[in-house]
Design a protein. Structure first.
Length: 304
């Protein structure tokens, strides 16, 4: 299988998860299988891999490295649905979540993720169940979109940008990703002015922040005592959300009161106090790793 996406911080994730030859693990963002393959290469007894993009699962099943291997199970769905979709085993030795978008998705014009290619206003990770960006633009309110662009992406003049985008969509002036990129002006530096807007709209279409907030507490419940969860983030907003949710699970204070009133029970322990970043060697080989941050926690309790 031709691989376009290179998984990030693979060695560090495998070391943090401390793979057991009897362990059962879940890769909740399968993509092109890099992390799942690394888990199996390291000796994992079984890996359940989930992805909301069925097309990438179908592609891997045809000629992926571990296609047909009974140790690897591929499941179509959102990671927020994992607890309901996977009834057995009851608890897992480890989870991997890579919250970045796949390189293949960015490079395929018909997916509509990138301003680098002319494509439809789509941006869906699950093209079977989710609504495309074009439909969302017909339904979103200006205040709603403006608040998201401001809070989730920090876009300057977020409400003004939201108004322009929605007006263009509803008057038929916004038909393609090329039209959307042009609204943010011409490229004048290495970073295209539409970069943050495309990322924010993708996050909104796929409810990426909602997925994280809904899923993490349930995933922690599905870890065995001593089981570990490694999470890769690529944007400050999602990283702050992940950090806050893990702080709650670690029994840390998350309130703004002068005297802490938090009653969060401590159910996990941090494996790394500061996020792990890609090494200089990895950055030279894969520049997409430059914004990656890796956090890991361990479920408390008697592992035996």
């Amino acid at each position: 299988m031709e691989r376009l996406h290179r998984s990030i911080l693979v060695t560090e994730i495998i070391e943090l998860l401390s793979i057991s030859p009897t362990g059962v693990y879940a890769d909740l963002t399968f993509g092109e299988g890099g992390h799942s393959e690394a888990l199996l290469d390291a000796g994992a007894h079984r890996v359940i891999a989930l992805d909301r993009d069925k097309e990438t699962l179908d592609r891997y099943q045809k000629d992926g490295k571990y296609s047909g291997d009974p140790r690897l199970s591929l499941v179509h769905g959102k990671f927020s649905e994992f607890s309901e979709a996977i009834s057995t085993p009851t608890h897992f030795d480890g989870f991997v979540l890579d919250l970045g978008v796949s390189t293949r998705q960015l490079l395929e014009p018909n997916r509509g993720f990138s301003f680098a290619h002319k494509g439809p206003l789509d941006m869906r990770m699950d093209r079977e169940r989710d609504r495309p960006l074009s439909d969302c633009l017909e339904e979103w309110e200006e205040e709603e979109l403006g608040a998201f662009l401001k809070d989730a992406a920090g876009i300057p003049g977020a409400y003004r940008v939201a108004r322009r985008v929605l007006e263009a969509a509803r008057t038929g002036k916004l038909q393609t990703t090329e039209d959307l990129a042009a609204m943010m002006g011409p490229k004048r530096s290495k970073r295209h002015p539409a970069t943050t807007l495309f990322m924010a709209l993708r996050m909104a279409v796929n409810d990426e922040l909602g997925e994280i907030e809904l899923a993490l507490p349930h995933l922690i419940q599905r870890l065995k005592p001593g089981g570990r969860m490694a999470i890769l983030t690529f944007h400050s907003t999602e990283d702050r959300l992940v950090k806050r949710l893990l702080k709650v699970a670690a029994g840390r204070c998350t309130c703004d009161e002068p005297i802490c009133r938090c009653t969060n029970p401590k159910v996990v322990e941090w494996m790394n106090k500061k996020p792990i970043l890609a090494s200089d060697d990895e950055l030279r080989e894969n520049p997409r790793a430059r914004s990656a941050k890796l956090r890991c926690v361990e479920k408390l309790g008697d592992a035996n």
